[in-house]
Design a protein around this ligand. Structure first.
Ligand code: ADE
Ligand code: ZN
Length: 337
């Protein structure tokens, strides 16, 4: 049984495995420019964020109906359960679907169908976070926000993703102001490829409660001090960082230094179908590459619940599970019988 954890940085479209992509393509009569799943997998070699995004958006062509979105989310939740996920805050990219003629209602209702059954089926509580594409206009984000209002009972937060450099957070000041007014949570990708200044801007101008990635905060000592002081969570995605060449190898990942500095960091999978692993795979990979000990793993799991938007009762219950967790196989941390 893996360590109980929350996943806080997960793009549902990034969980589209090649097998499901081909199944949905057949169901919807969509032609894919790949002969088979093997050929598609071979395309998963990225030079940077944009080269990944090009494939990520192209493959979404197979997602058309409510059932497609329900199947996508259900497949993720089933896998996540096997990885010890007890709570998932799931991103989706509405503009990537409405731009293809798929109505927002289809996306939200489809995802909602799977999410509604998640606690009962998989023991995973969920939240849905609507992300705006930062390489689209501020007006498009505002239109999307207004169109989503009827779904604010189901959508609990907003985020900002897609191509970062050249699209600073301040561009989205107005939609974040409206989201705060509507009582929604606010997060944003910042400091993945973009500079540390984008992290500061996301905090100061957008009022975000969490930073997605935040890797480049380390370039600004004052910012690190602030993130530690205010305990602002960073949702790190180590396998993503290597695949998108934000860092050279996992052994170069600054996660241990970030923990050491007292930053509230969490480990997540970002787009697991594309980056070689789900959330527990990410944890195991950093455990090995960075020689993390069990108490560091326990801290990362506890941080994931601390950084979540869970209600306090469930947060406390899940933190208690983390504290009581016994690592397997029974070793140094297990009392000898
Ligand atoms: N959309 C999906 N994955 C993303 C990432 N890692 N960064 C920015 N936008 C994304
Ligand atoms: Zn992301």
């Amino acid at each position: 049984m893996p360590l109980p954890k929350a996943e806080l940085h997960l793009h549902i479209e990034g969980t589209l495995e090649p097998e499901l992509a081909f199944a949905l393509a057949a169901r919807n009569g969509v032609a894919l420019p790949y002969a088979d799943t093997e050929e598609l997998r071979r395309a998963y070699s990225f030079s940077d964020l944009q080269s990944f995004l090009d494939l990520y958006y192209a493959l979404m062509a197979v997602l058309r109906t409510e059932q497609d979105f329900a199947d996508l989310a259900d497949a993720y939740l089933a896998r996540a359960a096997g990885q010890g996920v007890r709570h998932a805050e799931i991103f989706f990219d509405p503009q990537a679907h409405t731009a293809r003629g798929v109505p927002l209602d289809v996306v939200v209702e489809g995802l909602g169908r799977a999410l509604d059954r998640s606690e009962e089926r998989y023991g995973i509580s969920t939240r849905l976070i609507m992300c705006f594409l930062r390489d689209e206009s501020a007006e498009s984000a505002l239109e999307t926000f207004e169109a989503a209002r009827p779904h604010f009972g189901r959508i609990t937060g907003i985020g900002l993703d897609s191509a970062e450099v050249g699209h600073p957070p301040a561009k989205f000041r107005e939609v974040y102001r409206l989201a705060a007014e509507a009582g929604l949570h606010r997060v944003a990708h910042a400091g993945e490829e973009g500079p540390a200044a984008y992290i500061t801007e996301a905090l100061d101008v957008l009022g975000v409660e969490r930073i997605d990635h935040g890797l480049r905060c380390l370039e600004d000592a004052e910012l690190v001090e602030r993130l530690v002081r205010e305990q602002i969570p960073l949702t790190l995605c180590p396998l993503s960082n290597v695949r998108l060449r934000c860092i050279d190898t996992l052994a170069d990942h600054p996660l241990p230094a970030m923990l050491e500095a007292g930053l509230l960091v969490t480990v997540n999978s970002d787009d697991p179908a594309y980056f070689g692993g789900y959330v527990d795979d990410n944890l195991r990979a950093v455990e090995e590459a960075l020689r993390l000990d069990r108490e560091q793993l326990r801290l990362l799991a506890a941080n994931s619940f601390r950084a979540s938007f869970l209600d306090e009762d469930r947060r406390a219950a899940l933190l208690a599970e983390v504290a009581a967790y016994t690592f397997e196989p029974a070793g140094a941390l297990t009392a000898t019988a």
